[in-house]
Ligand binder design. Structure first.
Ligand SMILES: [Zn+2]
Length: 138
């Protein structure tokens, strides 16, 4: 189910709590909401739909599908660069230091522990959304 976009910076500035299996439906709502905004947005975190849990979704370059991650954690990163990014919850573009290659651990929707490597634009989106989970607004 698509949900409205949260724009309250005080809410978005809070650190999100770990997700549990009770939050699987939030992952579905997050994916539906991203799909509804696909023309203007490539990734979202759960607090952007008003749920303070560590859940992200992004458009995966390789599969072309929206991928949901629960409790994503960036465990390795390499090759920093300066990026300019926009955000559906905020007006304008802001700069941030990103890394071209990252390794992420997370739980999938069947709650299996996964580790995956990403690079380039997909890695940048994941870093932006993990920042949202930490209450960081670029
Ligand atoms: Zn954002």
């Amino acid at each position: 189910m698509q949900r409205p976009i949260m724009k309250d910076e005080a809410f978005l500035g809070r650190v999100s709590a770990p997700a549990t299996q009770d939050d699987l439906a939030v992952g579905d709502d997050l994916r539906d909401t991203l799909d509804a905004h696909a023309h203007e947005c490539v990734g979202m975190a759960a607090n952007m739909i008003g749920v303070g849990r560590r859940i992200i979704v992004f458009a995966d370059d390789l599969t072309g599908r929206s991928m949901v991650m629960f409790n994503p954690e960036i465990v390795a990163k390499a090759e920093p660069y300066e990026a300019s990014e926009g955000c559906l919850s905020l007006a304008g573009e802001r700069s941030a230091t990103r890394y071209r290659r990252i390794t992420v651990t997370y739980r999938d929707r069947r709650w299996r522990e996964r580790t995956a490597r990403f690079e380039g634009y997909t890695a940048q989106i994941i870093q932006h959304e993990v920042d949202h989970c930490d209450g960081i607004l670029i």
